[in-house]
Design a protein around this ligand. Structure first.
Ligand code: 5BU
Length: 276
């Protein structure tokens, strides 16, 4: 049997992908030697841009919740895109779409945020069934975007387990052009496949939130694992870190940079240990 795809380098894996966003992400990870994504969950544009500029050199991806910015103006997007070019990272709006195909297509293309215009990757809950992928793909595929399905969550008591997770993987397999992988806590290769289905070449990206080095969780159900547990033990590809990097003092830029460097180093060391 062929070795599981995640035992190859990010660069080798880029060669086998067809979706432009997946290729860009893997190439960026290889080039910058980082599997760190920072989730910049702050509420003012000034803090947001300062933190993105500070952590930019250390990340492959910046994850946004664009709707939590209190002073959002569309011009922020141009500044974010400039930082993405300056520091060579991709953008992932963690929108967690969850409606019928027609509605999500509007939410993705239009409204205040026009997510498909600037976000290389976005994500969706599989709960509505395959029509959600169809709706989002009608907007995202023509402009080279990629979708991650939420197959598992990091929170205590999450309902996204067992057959729900298996069904998410089956949905992804049927939409390989647009669905590039999962938000999940483990590698998903082969999950839910029929006995006669050949999935040996399958290579879905797994991006994993719930990563922290100095804490096991928060007071609202978040659960943290270390980069080593996520990348080496669970075979995931990207560690997503929010508060572990930006911390509580948003003005302490030097400390934010130091933490980004630490997570980058830990994530990359775990990846090098799993390469065969
Ligand atoms: P934290 O500060 O590292 O806990 O932030 C984690 C981020 O990842 C935050 O933006 C969440 O919305 C996001 N997240 C998560 O924590 N767990 C999940 O299962 C999913 C997203 Br899906």
């Amino acid at each position: 049997m062929a070795p599981s795809a995640h035992l190859k380098s990010y660069g080798q894996r880029a060669l086998k992908q067809t979706n432009p966003a997946a290729i860009l992400l893997l190439e960026t990870m290889e080039r910058k030697k980082t599997n760190l994504a920072v989730s910049v969950d702050v509420t003012t544009s000034a803090d947001f841009l300062t933190i993105v500029d500070a952590v930019g050199p250390f990340v492959c991806l910046i994850k946004t919740h664009i709707d939590i910015l209190e002073d959002f103006e569309y011009s922020l997007i141009e500044r974010l895109e400039n930082l993405s070019l300056k520091h060579d990272f991709l953008i992932f709006e963690d929108r967690k779409f969850a409606d019928i195909g027609n509605t999500v297509a509007h939410q993705y293309s239009s409204g205040v945020y026009k997510i498909a215009r600037w976000s290389h990757l976005t994500n969706a809950h599989p709960v509505p069934g395959p029509s959600i992928i169809k709706g989002l793909a009608s907007v995202g595929l023509p402009v080279g975007r990629g979708l991650l399905l939420l197959a598992e969550m990091s929170t205590k008591g999450s309902l996204a387990t067992g057959t729900y997770t298996e069904d998410a993987v089956r949905m992804a397999r049927l939409n390989r052009d647009f669905v590039v992988g999962f938000i999940a806590q483990h590698r998903m290769d082969g999950i839910g496949a029929a006995p006669d289905e050949d999935v040996t070449d399958e290579d879905f990206l797994v991006l994993t939130p719930g990563v922290g080095l100095d804490s096991k969780g928060d007071a609202m159900g978040q659960q943290y694992r270390t980069p080593e547990e996520v990348i080496l033990d669970s075979g995931c590809d990207v560690i997503i870190v929010g508060r572990g990097v930006y911390g509580t003092d948003l003005k302490a830029t030097a400390a934010i940079v130091a933490r980004a460097e630490r997570y980058m180093a830990e994530g990359w060391a775990a990846y090098l240990r799993r390469l065969v």
